[in-house]
Design a protein. Sequence first.
Lengths: 257, 233
Amino acid sequence: MTEAPRVPALTLARVFWRCLFLQAAWNRRGMQNLGFAYAIAPALRALYADPARREEALRRHLGFFNCHPYMAAAIVGGAIHHEEQVAAGAEPGQGPLAYKQTLQGPLAAVGDGFFWTALRPFFGALAAVGGLVYGIPAIVAALAVYNGIHLALRIGLFRAGYRRGDALVSTVARLALPVAADRLRAAGAVLCGLAASILVVRAGAAGGPPASILAGLAAALGYLALSRGARLLPAAYVAALAGVAAALLLGHLHGSG
Amino acid sequence: MAYLVLGLIAGLAAVERKGFLQAMLSRPIALAPVAGWALGDAAGGLLVAPPLELFWLGAVNLGAAVPAHEALGTAAIAGGAVLAGRALGTGVTPEIAILAVLVAAPLAVLGRRLDRAMEGGLNERIACHAEQALAEHRIREAIRCNLYGLAAPFALAAVLAPVGAALAASLIPRFLQAMPAAAAPLRLGFFAFAALACASGAKALRARAAPLFFFAALAVGLAARLALRGSGP
Protein backbone atom coordinates (compact mmCIF):
# COMPACT_ATOMS: atom_id res chain seq x y z
CA MET A 1 0.00 0.00 0.00
CA THR A 2 1.28 3.49 -0.92
CA GLU A 3 0.24 6.89 0.38
CA ALA A 4 -3.14 7.83 -1.08
CA PRO A 5 -2.69 10.16 -4.06
CA ARG A 6 -4.78 13.34 -3.91
CA VAL A 7 -6.84 14.80 -6.72
CA PRO A 8 -5.73 18.45 -7.30
CA ALA A 9 -8.19 21.19 -6.30
CA LEU A 10 -8.51 22.45 -9.87
CA THR A 11 -9.47 18.96 -11.03
CA LEU A 12 -12.06 18.74 -8.27
CA ALA A 13 -13.52 22.04 -9.50
CA ARG A 14 -13.65 20.57 -13.01
CA VAL A 15 -15.42 17.47 -11.74
CA PHE A 16 -17.99 19.64 -9.94
CA TRP A 17 -18.61 21.62 -13.14
CA ARG A 18 -19.16 18.36 -15.00
CA CYS A 19 -21.61 17.21 -12.30
CA LEU A 20 -23.94 19.88 -13.67
CA PHE A 21 -24.24 17.72 -16.84
CA LEU A 22 -25.18 14.58 -14.88
CA GLN A 23 -28.47 14.04 -16.73
CA ALA A 24 -27.38 15.13 -20.21
CA ALA A 25 -27.87 11.64 -21.63
CA TRP A 26 -30.33 10.20 -19.09
CA ASN A 27 -31.45 6.82 -20.40
CA ARG A 28 -33.74 4.04 -19.18
CA ARG A 29 -31.00 1.40 -18.97
CA GLY A 30 -28.20 3.08 -17.08
CA MET A 31 -30.10 6.27 -16.14
CA GLN A 32 -27.33 8.74 -15.09
CA ASN A 33 -24.46 6.33 -15.84
CA LEU A 34 -23.03 8.36 -18.73
CA GLY A 35 -23.27 11.56 -16.72
CA PHE A 36 -21.50 10.00 -13.74
CA ALA A 37 -18.66 8.66 -15.88
CA TYR A 38 -18.37 12.04 -17.63
CA ALA A 39 -18.22 13.89 -14.30
CA ILE A 40 -15.65 11.71 -12.57
CA ALA A 41 -13.38 11.26 -15.62
CA PRO A 42 -10.98 14.16 -14.82
CA ALA A 43 -10.39 12.74 -11.32
CA LEU A 44 -9.70 9.28 -12.74
CA ARG A 45 -7.20 10.79 -15.16
CA ALA A 46 -5.43 12.46 -12.21
CA LEU A 47 -5.38 9.25 -10.16
CA TYR A 48 -4.49 6.63 -12.76
CA ALA A 49 -1.53 7.33 -15.03
CA ASP A 50 -1.82 3.82 -16.46
CA PRO A 51 -4.49 3.83 -19.24
CA ALA A 52 -5.51 0.24 -18.47
CA ARG A 53 -6.25 1.08 -14.82
CA ARG A 54 -8.03 4.27 -15.87
CA GLU A 55 -10.18 2.32 -18.29
CA GLU A 56 -11.01 -0.23 -15.62
CA ALA A 57 -12.02 2.59 -13.23
CA LEU A 58 -14.13 4.26 -15.89
CA ARG A 59 -15.87 0.95 -16.63
CA ARG A 60 -17.04 0.63 -13.03
CA HIS A 61 -18.53 4.11 -13.20
CA LEU A 62 -20.36 3.40 -16.44
CA GLY A 63 -22.71 1.04 -14.59
CA PHE A 64 -26.25 1.90 -13.50
CA PHE A 65 -26.58 5.04 -11.43
CA ASN A 66 -29.57 7.16 -10.50
CA CYS A 67 -29.90 9.81 -7.84
CA HIS A 68 -31.27 13.30 -7.40
CA PRO A 69 -29.04 15.52 -9.58
CA TYR A 70 -28.16 17.92 -6.72
CA MET A 71 -27.54 15.16 -4.16
CA ALA A 72 -25.52 13.17 -6.70
CA ALA A 73 -22.74 15.75 -6.27
CA ALA A 74 -22.16 14.27 -2.80
CA ILE A 75 -21.83 10.77 -4.24
CA VAL A 76 -19.43 11.94 -6.98
CA GLY A 77 -17.29 13.56 -4.26
CA GLY A 78 -17.45 10.40 -2.14
CA ALA A 79 -16.61 8.19 -5.12
CA ILE A 80 -13.44 10.26 -5.72
CA HIS A 81 -12.59 9.80 -2.02
CA HIS A 82 -12.87 6.03 -2.51
CA GLU A 83 -11.00 6.08 -5.84
CA GLU A 84 -8.06 7.70 -4.04
CA GLN A 85 -8.04 4.73 -1.68
CA VAL A 86 -8.24 2.30 -4.61
CA ALA A 87 -5.39 4.08 -6.40
CA ALA A 88 -3.29 3.75 -3.23
CA GLY A 89 -4.10 0.04 -2.96
CA ALA A 90 -5.91 0.57 0.36
CA GLU A 91 -9.26 -0.60 -0.96
CA PRO A 92 -10.48 -3.03 -3.62
CA GLY A 93 -11.97 -1.70 -6.87
CA GLN A 94 -15.45 -2.61 -5.63
CA GLY A 95 -15.23 0.06 -2.88
CA PRO A 96 -16.45 3.04 -4.91
CA LEU A 97 -19.20 0.89 -6.46
CA ALA A 98 -20.50 -0.28 -3.10
CA TYR A 99 -20.47 3.33 -1.90
CA LYS A 100 -22.53 4.48 -4.88
CA GLN A 101 -24.98 1.58 -4.63
CA THR A 102 -25.53 2.13 -0.92
CA LEU A 103 -26.14 5.86 -1.06
CA GLN A 104 -27.88 6.54 -4.37
CA GLY A 105 -31.35 5.37 -3.26
CA PRO A 106 -31.53 7.12 0.13
CA LEU A 107 -30.01 10.36 -1.18
CA ALA A 108 -32.37 10.32 -4.17
CA ALA A 109 -35.32 10.08 -1.79
CA VAL A 110 -33.99 12.93 0.37
CA GLY A 111 -33.24 15.09 -2.68
CA ASP A 112 -36.59 14.47 -4.36
CA GLY A 113 -38.41 15.17 -1.12
CA PHE A 114 -36.53 18.36 -0.31
CA PHE A 115 -35.48 19.99 -3.57
CA TRP A 116 -38.10 18.84 -6.08
CA THR A 117 -41.25 18.76 -3.96
CA ALA A 118 -40.46 21.51 -1.45
CA LEU A 119 -37.66 24.03 -2.07
CA ARG A 120 -38.17 24.53 -5.81
CA PRO A 121 -42.01 24.67 -5.70
CA PHE A 122 -41.79 27.05 -2.74
CA PHE A 123 -39.52 29.42 -4.65
CA GLY A 124 -41.66 28.98 -7.77
CA ALA A 125 -44.73 30.05 -5.78
CA LEU A 126 -42.77 32.87 -4.12
CA ALA A 127 -41.56 34.13 -7.50
CA ALA A 128 -45.11 33.89 -8.88
CA VAL A 129 -46.58 35.96 -6.02
CA GLY A 130 -43.64 38.38 -6.28
CA GLY A 131 -44.16 38.64 -10.03
CA LEU A 132 -47.87 39.36 -9.58
CA VAL A 133 -47.23 42.12 -7.05
CA TYR A 134 -43.80 43.62 -7.85
CA GLY A 135 -43.01 42.37 -11.35
CA ILE A 136 -39.69 41.17 -12.76
CA PRO A 137 -37.36 42.42 -9.94
CA ALA A 138 -39.17 40.16 -7.47
CA ILE A 139 -38.80 37.16 -9.78
CA VAL A 140 -35.08 37.84 -10.21
CA ALA A 141 -34.66 38.16 -6.43
CA ALA A 142 -36.53 34.90 -5.71
CA LEU A 143 -34.52 32.96 -8.30
CA ALA A 144 -31.25 34.47 -7.02
CA VAL A 145 -32.02 33.30 -3.46
CA TYR A 146 -33.06 29.85 -4.70
CA ASN A 147 -29.84 29.45 -6.64
CA GLY A 148 -27.77 30.78 -3.76
CA ILE A 149 -29.22 28.03 -1.55
CA HIS A 150 -29.13 25.32 -4.19
CA LEU A 151 -25.56 25.98 -5.31
CA ALA A 152 -24.29 26.34 -1.73
CA LEU A 153 -25.83 22.96 -0.87
CA ARG A 154 -24.61 21.35 -4.08
CA ILE A 155 -21.03 22.56 -3.57
CA GLY A 156 -21.16 21.78 0.16
CA LEU A 157 -22.40 18.24 -0.47
CA PHE A 158 -19.69 17.64 -3.07
CA ARG A 159 -17.00 18.80 -0.62
CA ALA A 160 -18.52 16.80 2.24
CA GLY A 161 -18.60 13.66 0.09
CA TYR A 162 -14.99 14.11 -0.98
CA ARG A 163 -13.63 14.96 2.47
CA ARG A 164 -15.72 12.65 4.63
CA GLY A 165 -16.43 9.65 2.38
CA ASP A 166 -18.69 7.26 4.30
CA ALA A 167 -19.27 9.85 7.05
CA LEU A 168 -21.25 11.89 4.51
CA VAL A 169 -24.44 10.29 5.84
CA SER A 170 -24.17 12.08 9.19
CA THR A 171 -23.53 15.40 7.40
CA VAL A 172 -26.72 14.97 5.36
CA ALA A 173 -28.68 13.86 8.44
CA ARG A 174 -27.59 17.01 10.31
CA LEU A 175 -29.14 19.17 7.60
CA ALA A 176 -32.60 17.89 8.67
CA LEU A 177 -33.90 18.37 5.15
CA PRO A 178 -37.20 16.44 5.63
CA VAL A 179 -38.21 18.78 8.48
CA ALA A 180 -37.39 21.86 6.39
CA ALA A 181 -39.29 20.31 3.46
CA ASP A 182 -42.51 20.01 5.47
CA ARG A 183 -42.35 23.70 6.41
CA LEU A 184 -41.56 24.79 2.87
CA ARG A 185 -44.50 22.81 1.48
CA ALA A 186 -46.89 24.41 3.96
CA ALA A 187 -45.49 27.88 3.19
CA GLY A 188 -45.79 27.15 -0.54
CA ALA A 189 -49.48 26.26 -0.14
CA VAL A 190 -50.00 29.57 1.68
CA LEU A 191 -48.30 31.42 -1.21
CA CYS A 192 -50.58 29.68 -3.71
CA GLY A 193 -53.60 30.80 -1.67
CA LEU A 194 -52.28 34.39 -1.63
CA ALA A 195 -51.72 34.25 -5.40
CA ALA A 196 -55.32 33.07 -5.81
CA SER A 197 -56.59 35.97 -3.68
CA ILE A 198 -54.62 38.47 -5.80
CA LEU A 199 -56.10 37.01 -8.98
CA VAL A 200 -59.64 36.99 -7.57
CA VAL A 201 -59.28 40.71 -6.80
CA ARG A 202 -57.86 41.42 -10.25
CA ALA A 203 -60.68 39.48 -11.87
CA GLY A 204 -63.07 41.77 -9.99
CA ALA A 205 -61.23 44.82 -11.27
CA ALA A 206 -61.48 43.51 -14.83
CA GLY A 207 -65.08 42.23 -14.80
CA GLY A 208 -66.83 43.31 -11.61
CA PRO A 209 -67.94 41.24 -8.59
CA PRO A 210 -69.32 38.32 -10.70
CA ALA A 211 -65.84 37.88 -12.20
CA SER A 212 -64.36 37.74 -8.69
CA ILE A 213 -66.85 35.09 -7.67
CA LEU A 214 -66.11 33.14 -10.82
CA ALA A 215 -62.34 33.20 -10.21
CA GLY A 216 -62.87 32.19 -6.57
CA LEU A 217 -65.03 29.27 -7.70
CA ALA A 218 -62.38 28.24 -10.24
CA ALA A 219 -59.77 28.12 -7.46
CA ALA A 220 -61.98 26.21 -5.01
CA LEU A 221 -63.61 23.77 -7.43
CA GLY A 222 -60.31 23.36 -9.26
CA TYR A 223 -58.59 22.29 -6.06
CA LEU A 224 -61.34 19.81 -5.27
CA ALA A 225 -61.34 18.40 -8.80
CA LEU A 226 -57.54 18.02 -8.88
CA SER A 227 -57.59 16.38 -5.43
CA ARG A 228 -60.02 13.82 -6.77
CA GLY A 229 -57.74 12.92 -9.65
CA ALA A 230 -58.83 15.29 -12.43
CA ARG A 231 -56.14 15.65 -15.09
CA LEU A 232 -54.41 18.99 -15.21
CA LEU A 233 -54.64 20.04 -18.85
CA PRO A 234 -58.33 19.06 -19.35
CA ALA A 235 -59.10 20.87 -16.07
CA ALA A 236 -57.46 24.01 -17.48
CA TYR A 237 -59.64 23.86 -20.60
CA VAL A 238 -62.75 23.32 -18.49
CA ALA A 239 -61.89 26.26 -16.19
CA ALA A 240 -61.12 28.65 -19.05
CA LEU A 241 -64.15 27.68 -21.13
CA ALA A 242 -66.46 27.69 -18.08
CA GLY A 243 -65.21 31.23 -17.38
CA VAL A 244 -66.01 32.26 -20.94
CA ALA A 245 -69.46 30.60 -20.80
CA ALA A 246 -70.29 32.21 -17.45
CA ALA A 247 -69.27 35.62 -18.77
CA LEU A 248 -71.46 35.15 -21.86
CA LEU A 249 -74.39 34.04 -19.69
CA LEU A 250 -73.96 37.01 -17.33
CA GLY A 251 -73.78 39.35 -20.31
CA HIS A 252 -76.93 37.83 -21.76
CA LEU A 253 -78.83 38.14 -18.46
CA HIS A 254 -77.58 41.68 -18.03
CA GLY A 255 -78.66 42.57 -21.58
CA SER A 256 -82.11 41.04 -21.19
CA GLY A 257 -82.70 42.52 -17.72
CA MET B 1 -36.00 36.40 -36.96
CA ALA B 2 -38.41 36.36 -33.99
CA TYR B 3 -38.99 32.64 -34.49
CA LEU B 4 -35.25 31.95 -34.63
CA VAL B 5 -34.74 33.78 -31.34
CA LEU B 6 -37.67 31.96 -29.77
CA GLY B 7 -36.32 28.62 -31.02
CA LEU B 8 -32.90 29.34 -29.55
CA ILE B 9 -34.37 30.31 -26.17
CA ALA B 10 -36.68 27.28 -26.11
CA GLY B 11 -33.80 24.96 -27.05
CA LEU B 12 -31.53 26.33 -24.32
CA ALA B 13 -34.36 26.10 -21.81
CA ALA B 14 -35.00 22.46 -22.75
CA VAL B 15 -31.32 21.71 -22.08
CA GLU B 16 -31.26 23.59 -18.77
CA ARG B 17 -34.43 21.84 -17.67
CA LYS B 18 -32.83 18.40 -17.31
CA GLY B 19 -29.49 18.01 -19.08
CA PHE B 20 -27.55 20.89 -17.53
CA LEU B 21 -27.69 22.92 -14.31
CA GLN B 22 -31.41 22.85 -13.37
CA ALA B 23 -31.39 26.29 -11.76
CA MET B 24 -35.05 27.15 -12.46
CA LEU B 25 -34.04 29.17 -15.53
CA SER B 26 -36.31 27.01 -17.70
CA ARG B 27 -39.26 27.28 -15.31
CA PRO B 28 -42.23 29.29 -16.65
CA ILE B 29 -41.64 32.07 -14.12
CA ALA B 30 -38.22 32.79 -15.65
CA LEU B 31 -38.69 31.59 -19.20
CA ALA B 32 -41.89 33.49 -20.08
CA PRO B 33 -40.49 36.98 -19.27
CA VAL B 34 -37.21 36.11 -21.00
CA ALA B 35 -39.04 34.91 -24.12
CA GLY B 36 -41.24 38.02 -24.00
CA TRP B 37 -38.22 40.28 -23.58
CA ALA B 38 -36.41 38.61 -26.47
CA LEU B 39 -39.45 39.21 -28.68
CA GLY B 40 -39.78 42.82 -27.53
CA ASP B 41 -42.47 42.54 -24.83
CA ALA B 42 -41.18 41.48 -21.42
CA ALA B 43 -44.40 42.73 -19.78
CA GLY B 44 -46.38 40.40 -22.05
CA GLY B 45 -44.26 37.47 -20.92
CA LEU B 46 -44.73 38.57 -17.32
CA LEU B 47 -48.52 38.42 -17.65
CA VAL B 48 -48.46 34.69 -18.39
CA ALA B 49 -45.47 33.74 -16.19
CA PRO B 50 -47.10 33.48 -12.71
CA PRO B 51 -50.16 31.44 -13.80
CA LEU B 52 -48.02 29.09 -15.89
CA GLU B 53 -45.50 28.62 -13.05
CA LEU B 54 -48.26 27.71 -10.61
CA PHE B 55 -50.07 25.59 -13.19
CA TRP B 56 -46.93 23.48 -13.76
CA LEU B 57 -45.54 23.70 -10.22
CA GLY B 58 -45.75 19.92 -9.93
CA ALA B 59 -43.86 19.26 -13.17
CA VAL B 60 -40.72 17.71 -11.67
CA ASN B 61 -38.54 14.72 -12.50
CA LEU B 62 -39.17 12.27 -9.66
CA GLY B 63 -37.11 9.13 -10.21
CA ALA B 64 -37.76 7.84 -13.72
CA ALA B 65 -41.07 9.73 -14.11
CA VAL B 66 -41.27 12.10 -17.06
CA PRO B 67 -43.29 15.26 -16.32
CA ALA B 68 -45.05 17.59 -18.76
CA HIS B 69 -42.54 19.62 -20.79
CA GLU B 70 -43.38 22.91 -19.12
CA ALA B 71 -40.49 24.74 -20.81
CA LEU B 72 -41.70 23.86 -24.30
CA GLY B 73 -45.30 24.77 -23.42
CA THR B 74 -44.23 28.06 -21.84
CA ALA B 75 -42.00 29.12 -24.73
CA ALA B 76 -44.79 28.44 -27.23
CA ILE B 77 -47.47 30.17 -25.12
CA ALA B 78 -45.39 33.25 -24.25
CA GLY B 79 -44.01 33.52 -27.80
CA GLY B 80 -47.44 33.06 -29.37
CA ALA B 81 -49.06 35.60 -27.02
CA VAL B 82 -46.39 38.24 -27.63
CA LEU B 83 -46.47 37.79 -31.42
CA ALA B 84 -50.29 37.84 -31.48
CA GLY B 85 -50.31 40.97 -29.30
CA ARG B 86 -47.86 42.60 -31.67
CA ALA B 87 -50.02 41.68 -34.70
CA LEU B 88 -53.08 43.20 -33.04
CA GLY B 89 -51.15 46.24 -31.82
CA THR B 90 -52.41 45.80 -28.26
CA GLY B 91 -49.58 43.98 -26.54
CA VAL B 92 -50.43 40.87 -24.54
CA THR B 93 -53.87 41.17 -22.94
CA PRO B 94 -55.61 38.54 -20.78
CA GLU B 95 -57.81 37.49 -23.73
CA ILE B 96 -54.75 36.95 -25.94
CA ALA B 97 -52.98 35.11 -23.12
CA ILE B 98 -55.81 32.62 -22.54
CA LEU B 99 -56.14 31.93 -26.26
CA ALA B 100 -52.38 31.29 -26.42
CA VAL B 101 -52.74 28.85 -23.51
CA LEU B 102 -55.62 27.02 -25.21
CA VAL B 103 -53.72 26.75 -28.49
CA ALA B 104 -50.19 25.95 -27.31
CA ALA B 105 -50.44 24.22 -23.90
CA PRO B 106 -50.88 20.74 -25.45
CA LEU B 107 -47.27 21.05 -26.66
CA ALA B 108 -46.22 20.37 -23.06
CA VAL B 109 -47.92 16.96 -23.28
CA LEU B 110 -46.42 16.28 -26.69
CA GLY B 111 -43.03 17.25 -25.25
CA ARG B 112 -43.43 14.69 -22.47
CA ARG B 113 -44.13 11.95 -25.01
CA LEU B 114 -41.12 12.92 -27.07
CA ASP B 115 -38.93 13.08 -23.93
CA ARG B 116 -39.99 9.55 -23.02
CA ALA B 117 -39.29 8.28 -26.52
CA MET B 118 -35.91 9.99 -26.57
CA GLU B 119 -34.79 8.61 -23.22
CA GLY B 120 -35.91 5.10 -24.14
CA GLY B 121 -34.56 5.19 -27.70
CA LEU B 122 -31.92 7.68 -28.69
CA ASN B 123 -30.22 8.01 -25.28
CA GLU B 124 -30.07 4.23 -24.87
CA ARG B 125 -28.31 4.03 -28.21
CA ILE B 126 -25.86 6.68 -27.01
CA ALA B 127 -25.24 4.59 -23.87
CA CYS B 128 -24.59 1.49 -26.01
CA HIS B 129 -22.23 3.55 -28.17
CA ALA B 130 -20.31 4.64 -25.05
CA GLU B 131 -19.97 1.05 -23.84
CA GLN B 132 -18.81 -0.02 -27.28
CA ALA B 133 -16.25 2.81 -27.39
CA LEU B 134 -14.89 1.78 -23.99
CA ALA B 135 -14.68 -1.85 -25.11
CA GLU B 136 -12.54 -0.61 -28.02
CA HIS B 137 -10.34 1.36 -25.58
CA ARG B 138 -11.54 4.73 -26.95
CA ILE B 139 -11.83 6.32 -23.53
CA ARG B 140 -12.28 9.91 -24.69
CA GLU B 141 -15.14 8.97 -26.97
CA ALA B 142 -16.84 6.95 -24.20
CA ILE B 143 -16.68 9.96 -21.89
CA ARG B 144 -17.77 12.48 -24.50
CA CYS B 145 -20.95 10.50 -25.34
CA ASN B 146 -22.74 12.11 -22.39
CA LEU B 147 -22.80 15.47 -24.15
CA TYR B 148 -24.41 13.98 -27.29
CA GLY B 149 -27.59 13.63 -25.24
CA LEU B 150 -28.01 17.43 -25.15
CA ALA B 151 -28.59 17.75 -28.89
CA ALA B 152 -32.02 16.13 -29.25
CA PRO B 153 -33.85 18.04 -26.43
CA PHE B 154 -32.42 21.27 -27.82
CA ALA B 155 -33.48 20.50 -31.38
CA LEU B 156 -36.99 19.34 -30.46
CA ALA B 157 -37.78 22.42 -28.39
CA ALA B 158 -36.08 24.75 -30.87
CA VAL B 159 -38.38 23.45 -33.63
CA LEU B 160 -41.64 22.84 -31.76
CA ALA B 161 -41.82 26.06 -29.71
CA PRO B 162 -41.74 28.36 -32.77
CA VAL B 163 -44.27 26.09 -34.52
CA GLY B 164 -46.65 26.38 -31.55
CA ALA B 165 -46.06 30.14 -31.31
CA ALA B 166 -46.63 30.58 -35.04
CA LEU B 167 -49.91 28.67 -34.80
CA ALA B 168 -51.07 30.84 -31.89
CA ALA B 169 -49.85 34.05 -33.57
CA SER B 170 -51.76 33.21 -36.73
CA LEU B 171 -55.05 32.02 -35.14
CA ILE B 172 -55.47 34.50 -32.28
CA PRO B 173 -55.55 37.79 -34.27
CA ARG B 174 -57.95 36.29 -36.81
CA PHE B 175 -60.25 35.03 -34.08
CA LEU B 176 -60.30 38.28 -32.12
CA GLN B 177 -60.78 40.38 -35.27
CA ALA B 178 -63.64 38.15 -36.41
CA MET B 179 -65.27 38.06 -32.95
CA PRO B 180 -64.41 41.25 -31.05
CA ALA B 181 -67.27 40.60 -28.63
CA ALA B 182 -65.42 37.51 -27.38
CA ALA B 183 -62.70 39.62 -25.77
CA ALA B 184 -64.55 40.35 -22.51
CA PRO B 185 -65.66 36.73 -21.86
CA LEU B 186 -62.17 35.50 -22.72
CA ARG B 187 -60.73 37.92 -20.16
CA LEU B 188 -62.75 36.12 -17.50
CA GLY B 189 -61.62 32.82 -18.93
CA PHE B 190 -58.03 33.94 -18.30
CA PHE B 191 -58.74 34.71 -14.64
CA ALA B 192 -60.57 31.40 -14.21
CA PHE B 193 -57.53 29.60 -15.65
CA ALA B 194 -55.13 31.60 -13.46
CA ALA B 195 -57.18 30.80 -10.34
CA LEU B 196 -57.18 27.11 -11.25
CA ALA B 197 -53.40 27.37 -11.70
CA CYS B 198 -53.08 28.51 -8.07
CA ALA B 199 -55.08 25.47 -6.98
CA SER B 200 -52.84 23.26 -9.11
CA GLY B 201 -49.78 24.76 -7.40
CA ALA B 202 -51.16 24.14 -3.91
CA LYS B 203 -52.10 20.59 -4.86
CA ALA B 204 -48.61 19.93 -6.27
CA LEU B 205 -46.98 20.91 -2.98
CA ARG B 206 -48.27 17.70 -1.33
CA ALA B 207 -48.35 19.30 2.12
CA ARG B 208 -50.40 17.33 4.63
CA ALA B 209 -52.55 20.35 5.40
CA ALA B 210 -52.30 21.94 1.94
CA PRO B 211 -56.07 22.48 1.51
CA LEU B 212 -56.27 24.22 4.88
CA PHE B 213 -53.27 26.48 4.13
CA PHE B 214 -54.47 27.22 0.60
CA PHE B 215 -58.05 28.13 1.46
CA ALA B 216 -57.07 29.99 4.65
CA ALA B 217 -54.53 32.12 2.75
CA LEU B 218 -57.10 32.77 0.00
CA ALA B 219 -59.64 33.92 2.60
CA VAL B 220 -57.13 36.03 4.53
CA GLY B 221 -55.85 37.64 1.30
CA LEU B 222 -59.40 38.57 0.27
CA ALA B 223 -60.30 39.81 3.74
CA ALA B 224 -57.17 41.97 3.83
CA ARG B 225 -58.05 43.43 0.45
CA LEU B 226 -61.62 44.18 1.57
CA ALA B 227 -60.34 45.76 4.78
CA LEU B 228 -57.91 47.95 2.84
CA ARG B 229 -60.68 49.02 0.49
CA GLY B 230 -63.00 49.72 3.42
CA SER B 231 -60.42 51.91 5.15
CA GLY B 232 -59.65 53.84 1.93
CA PRO B 233 -60.87 57.36 1.18
